[in-house]
Design a protein around this ligand. Structure first.
Ligand code: IPE
Ligand code: IPE
Ligand code: MG
Ligand code: MG
Ligand code: MG
Length: 301
């Protein structure tokens, strides 16, 4: 199973579970449901749920095809949270984007006020759904704490604040910003995959965290490269945004060969971190997928 296949599978699993939750559990009125469907159904790559499920397979005996209902809520919680960050990231006061996931952004479809509220609703819902996971009470308490710490003002949200000031940032500041705004959520995805496994090795959580942060950093680098070279159709969002808004990215500060070196070093580290897991194959396929995408983008520089 390639990482692309894994994310396509996660996309359909998440959509199905999300619809079930929306109709039978959410108590949302039709207007919220229609915005939520606009944002989520059949949209986005579902990378974070897919990684969560693949980490689960890497440390449990369950092959990817049999990731059950107990783990699905973890994936949906991640996707709801991620979608909230995108809705707010696109707002006029932030990146001011008109398109997301090949559709008009929510503030374009309705109003800025509604988009702010929908972000709030998705953020809140992510905790409600997290509570449905088949994990022990102790693990749940730990997960809520990690979720809030990594994705709040000491993590992802701080990364977003720094990102808005990134016009004058140097390389190490940008690297930190990337690790916060993107790395933290990827590491949360990996950690949540390991969490449900009974009798897990305590080192696995730490390894999953480091793998996710590293992967997220590289993924943001790739996103910044794509911003320069891909089309609206390929991206589902407006290209050249960083350039037009004068936002500095790591790609502006490094030469192509320095970028290549950085990617090579980080990809090697991802492989090393993955090796000790009982079944590293699904994780290694993500490294392979990222390597191919990087090679494609670096060729264009
Ligand atoms: C977009 O994330 C935001 C970044 C961290 C670069 P994705 O590229 O995973 O976006 P979707 O979920 O597929 O829309
Ligand atoms: C997104 O970074 C990070 C978060 C939403 C937390 P970007 O602003 O680069 O993402 P895109 O390019 O709009 O998807
Ligand atoms: Mg942004
Ligand atoms: Mg943006
Ligand atoms: Mg971007």
């Amino acid at each position: 199973v390639t990482s692309l296949e894994s994310s396509l599978l996660a996309r359909s699993e998440i959509d199905e579970y999300f619809c079930r939750w929306l109709e039978s559990d959410s108590h949302w009125n039709p207007i919220w449901k229609s915005w939520a469907k606009h944002l989520i159904l059949g949209a986005g790559k579902a990378l974070r749920p897919a990684l969560c499920f693949d980490f689960y397979s890497a440390v449990s005996d369950s092959p990817r095809q049999r990731v059950g209902d107990g783990v699905l809520p973890l994936g949906l919680a991640l996707e709801l949270f991620h979608t909230y960050t995108l809705v707010h990231d696109d707002l006029p006061a932030m990146d001011n984007d008109d398109f997301r996931r090949g559709r008009p952004t929510l503030h374009r479809l309705t109003s800025e006020a509604n988009a702010i509220l929908m972000g709030d609703a998705l953020l809140t819902a992510s905790f409600e759904v997290l509570a449905k996971a088949s994990i022990s009470a102790e693990n749940f308490r730990w997960a809520v704490q990690e979720f809030s710490r990594n994705l709040g003002a000491a993590g992802l949200i701080e990364g977003q604040r720094r990102d808005l000031e990134s016009k004058t940032a140097n390389f190490s500041e940008l690297q930190q910003t990337h690790q916060l705004k993107t790395g933290k959520l990827f590491s949360m995805a990996c950690i949540l995959g390991v969490l449900p496994v009974e009798g897990r090795d305590s080192l696995w959580i730490d390894r999953a965290r480091r793998w996710g942060e590293n992967f997220g950093f590289l993924y943001q680098l790739l996103d910044d490269l794509l911003d320069r070279s891909a089309t609206l159709q390929e991206l589902g969002k407006t290209p050249m945004k960083d350039f037009v808004s004068g936002k500095k990215t790591v790609c502006d500060l490094l030469t192509p060969s320095e970028l290549q070196k950085l990617a090579t070093k980080n990809l090697a580290e991802l492989r090393t971190l993955a090796q000790p897991f009982p079944n590293p194959k699904p994780i290694l396929s993500w490294v392979e997928g990222l390597e191919i995408q990087f090679a494609e983008q670096l060729k264009k520089l």
